[in-house]
Design a protein. Structure first.
Length: 511
């Protein structure tokens, strides 16, 4: 066997991963991935007109990820590439494009957005948002284990992404620490939705297995049975187990031994490794790690709730667009050219300071009260905290992609002489140049989410709100959540543009 990452050779055929670097193994007879330099030359040749290829970010399995710059849209992206010689099957390109487009249609705050999908005569590729942070796998390599609070904080966010995808008929199939990204702010995102099915995995395909990563695969994936959201639940439970104990529940010296344990052996109770953990946590993990999907939790939401996190209600859909505002009285408004306005300075009185630089992970626990809480009602929040809302605090937040619109200056007379009446042909009185009413949109999220959002003292939904149409100009935002101080701020909406607010921190009333 040969390692696809470090290219080590003569690895025993029963090894699961490379003993040197942990990379995916391929047989000696399998087509070998081209060296990064060779692939980079092909990238620049085939995609040079669309992207500026900067550097190799990482290599996983058969694919490589490059930091690139999309020329036409002036934005940095991560470019994931799979050489066609490694994509088995005549329909590889068609299958990849189909699955990647399905994944690209997912729109959720905790899913890494896919921007574009394509294929050349040399490789398959897609571009996605560039994440400034590290994977959960990289963090675990440094810290070993996480606290229960930190783990639940990550699971609430990653689980909300999986729950959303499952409701839209998309199964991840390859949930593992490497596919859970944590930004420098503590925000968690899940990446590579549908990529396991779209890209495929050469090492596993040649071993006769289904798509995924062996240590995190559900039993039904090894058996090539149908998969659904409960398969991702099983994988997420293994990730949880690893976060708390420092290692997955099933390990082995050979691929066959690992498969046997997944199919036949019950997972060791987490309390054998962490006796300090509550019995309810161990019970939840045992249930999520059941061999039969029907014996697991109904969905990821119930699993996370059983661990102590917030569950997602079954209906309505989690991240529905907020209702449109009432129709304005005037159908046409004057929109002057917006002047340049400097970004406001961020002030967060009492806000949590998020960082994972140097392995500082305490913030991740607080970051966990995110999208799961956004889907729980205020009554539930009040029951948890048992406190009423206290007087409001004020937050000033940086405004992105917005500019302040000023009223058009009123003309002033330049001569004190009385005006002279002049005749005018009948017809429409001339006026200032007018532009059709074009609303802007507002996206708001809070930490924690689930806060009632008031715009100009009118309730418009609860955070996160993804696309709320608003008239151009200044608006007053107010966020209210039981157990947290009220937050009030101003936002300026620009016609035709989307303003994002993802850093509104609510300060807890708890001492």
């Amino acid at each position: 066997m040969i390692c696809s990452r470090c290219h080590a050779r003569n690895i025993p055929g029963d090894a699961v991963v490379c003993p040197n670097c942990g990379g995916t193994l391929v047989s000696d007879e399998a087509p070998q991935p081209p060296m990064p330099e060779e692939l980079e030359r092909a990238l620049k040749r085939d995609l040079g007109g669309q992207f500026q290829i900067n550097e190799l970010l990482g290599r996983g399995g058969m694919s490589l990820v490059y930091l690139a710059y999309e020329i036409q849209l002036n934005r940095p992206v991560a470019l994931k590439v799979l050489p066609l010689q490694l994509a088995y099957g005549a329909d590889a390109a068609e299958r990849f494009e189909r699955e990647a487009k399905i994944a690209a249609a997912l729109d959720h705050p905790h899913i890494v957005p896919i921007y574009r999908v394509g294929a050349t005569g040399t490789f398959l590729w897609y571009s996605m948002k560039r994440i400034k942070g590290r994977s959960l796998g990289e963090i675990l390599e440094q810290t070993g284990t996480l606290s229960l609070e930190e783990t639940i904080g990550i699971l609430e966010q990653a689980g909300s992404a999986l729950q959303y995808a499952h409701r839209h008929g998309v199964v991840h199939r390859d949930v593992k620490p490497a596919n859970i990204m944590i930004e420098e702010s503590g925000w968690v995102l899940v990446c590579d939705f549908g990529v396991a099915k779209a890209f495929g995995n050469v090492a596993l395909t040649q071993s006769g297995s289904s798509l995924g990563t062996p240590r995190y695969m559900a039993p039904e994936q090894f058996e090539r049975a149908g998969v659904d959201g409960r398969s991702d639940q099983y994988s997420l439970a293994i990730v949880t187990y690893e976060c708390l104990s420092g290692a997955p529940p099933f390990t082995g010296d050979s691929y066959g031994e690992l498969v046997r344990k997944h199919l036949l052996e019950p997972a060791p109770r987490i309390t054998e490794q962490r006796p300090d953990l509550p019995a309810a946590v161990a019970d939840a993990l045992q249930k999520a790690l059941s061999k039969k999907p029907d014996e697991r939790f109904h969905d990821v939401a119930e699993f996370v709730h059983a661990l102590g996190g917030r569950a997602v209600p079954k209906a309505p859909p989690a991240f529905a667009t907020a209702p449109a505002p009432a129709k304005p009285k005037e159908s046409r408004v004057i929109v002057p050219t917006p002047p340049t306005v400097p970004l406001a300075t961020i002030h967060r009185r009492g806000a949590l300071r998020w960082t994972i630089r140097g392995g500082a992970l305490a913030a991740l626990a607080a970051a966990g009260v995110l999208a799961w809480r956004s889907l729980s009602g205020p009554a539930t929040r009040g029951q948890l905290n048992g406190q009423a809302v206290r007087p409001e605090s004020t937050a000033t937040v940086a405004l992105h992609d917005t500019a302040k619109l000023h009223d058009t200056a009123k003309s002033t007379p330049t001569d004190s002489k009385p005006p002279v009446r002049q005749s005018r042909p009948p017809g429409r009185r001339p006026g200032p140049t007018q532009t059709s009413f074009v609303p802007g949109t507002l996206a708001v999220n809070s930490l924690p989410p689930g806060a009632a959002l008031y715009v100009d003292d009118t309730l418009r939904g609860s955070t996160p709100v993804l696309a709320l149409p608003l008239a151009p100009g200044s608006h007053r935002l107010r966020l209210e959540l039981d157990g947290f101080k009220r937050v009030v701020t101003q936002v300026t909406i620009t016609a035709g543009l989307k303003t994002k607010k993802t850093d509104l921190h609510l300060e807890s009333l708890a001492p």
